[in-house]
Design a protein around this ligand. Structure first.
Ligand code: ADP
Ligand code: MG
Length: 294
């Protein structure tokens, strides 16, 4: 380009102004691709309208990715898992269509509880993380934690005299994911704290819960059968239950090397909902018994 050509000089000044404006408007991606986009127009490869569309589109994509990254950190969705990365053929008991239906996220609007129950390594955390990621992408607020972490946070808040605030804080999330129910025994009083939190969210916010143990064992996990019954009363009303009966994905390459008793253990005994824990009163909003069938 001839820098002494007055039209070129005007164009250069104009481009500088556009760049300054992009800086002021905090549009780094548009700024970054401006020169390339302008060259595309000069060569007749891009129309002016397409160029505007490209600059705005790229900027929005950058912002959206940044928002998602931040929201994933806020949600404590540490390992990023996806539904696309889940091999449903390996876990046929899950029912791909039922899981994919959850990705539509209507269960969040309906404030339902989704349970993934199955032996270690069968994808419970993977699926709950992946659904959390889908919810974050859709702009929903999500919180992911293990039961032990959540109970520890509640116990600390109780000691600090801030339990009510802490429970209110947890209520703000559209989706709460409680991972690893049953791996560790809950600390004394923890069942009660967790119940307070679940009760505060009941019919107001959605939850995903994962456990390696059946509902019948919740009394043992929470160290209190009364609390466990009250918890299940809330958590099985408007609930979707996935009972995974397959084997561990982690151990798939080594299954032949495992002793028979460990291999057998990996197939969880399906734990039916005890009759006493079934909720009385008005029927579930959406379908009841079939809905509950794993
Ligand atoms: P769980 O929570 O049931 O113990 P995870 O979800 O942590 O199991 O799964 C263990 C590991 O195996 C993770 O890295 C997970 O991504 C992977 N995994 C489990 N099931 C599958 C599957 N069906 N397809 C792909 N990866 C899987
Ligand atoms: Mg897990």
């Amino acid at each position: 380009m001839n820098v002494y050509d007055p039209t070129q000089l005007a164009a250069t000044a104009l481009i500088d102004r556009v760049k300054r404006n992009l800086v002021n408007l905090k549009m780094p991606r548009a700024l970054e691709i401006l020169d390339v986009t302008l060259r595309g127009i000069e060569r007749g490869e891009t129309t002016a309208l397409e160029a505007i569309d490209q600059l705005l589109g790229e900027e929005i994509t950058l912002r959206e990715n940044r928002r998602i990254r931040m929201a994933l950190v806020m949600a404590r969705l540490s390992a990023i898992k996806t539904l696309a990365g889940f091999d449903f053929a390996f876990q046929p008991s899950l029912g791909r269509n039922r899981v994919m239906a959850l990705a539509e996220l209507q269960f969040i609007d309906r404030a339902e509880a989704v349970h993934f129950i199955g032996p270690p390594g069968t994808g419970k955390s993977h699926l709950s993380l992946a659904l959390g990621v889908e919810a974050v992408k859709a702009g929903k607020s999500v919180y992911f934690g293990s039961l032990a972490d959540i109970v520890a946070a509640l116990a600390k808040a109780e000691r600090d005299g801030t339990l009510r605030e802490r429970i209110r804080y947890f209520c703000r999330f559209a989706l709460l994911i409680v991972d690893e129910i049953g791996y560790l025994a809950v600390i004394p009083g923890g069942g009660n704290l967790f119940f307070q939190r679940v009760n505060a969210r009941y019919e107001k916010g959605a939850m995903i819960l994962t456990s390696n143990r059946g509902f019948a064992e919740w009394g043992e996990i929470f160290g209190d059968s009364v609390v466990a019954t009250a918890l299940l009363d809330r958590l099985l009303h408007h609930a979707v239950v996935f009972q995974i009966e397959g084997s561990s994905y982690r151990l798939r390459a080594h299954a032949d090397l495992l002793p028979e008793h460990i291999r057998a253990k990996a197939a969880l005994n399906p734990a039916p909902v005890p009759a006493t824990l079934k909720r009385r009163g008005r029927p579930p909003k959406n379908g009841g018994a079939d809905h509950l069938a794993g």
